[in-house]
Design a protein around this ligand. Structure first.
Ligand SMILES: [Zn+2]
Length: 60
């Protein structure tokens, strides 16, 4: 279930406050931090972004 684009525009990475890239149509659905130094990927569960650093996937 994709996340609304208007919602993604107002969201920011809770770790570094960079904008998030919409990967909610991918599998797994995620919102990915656009900061090269951070790059955390936050899960989207049932169309709801989980913007918690503890839940985020670290970049490889
Ligand atoms: Zn970040």
């Amino acid at each position: 279930m994709p996340v609304e684009a208007s919602l993604i525009e107002i969201l920011a990475c809770p770790a570094c406050h960079a904008p998030l890239a919409d990967r909610s149509a991918a599998d797994p659905a995620e919102l990915v931090c656009t900061s090269g130094d951070c790059g955390l990927a936050y899960p989207v569960r049932d169309g709801i972004p989980v913007l918690l650093v503890d839940e985020a996937r670290r970049p490889a």
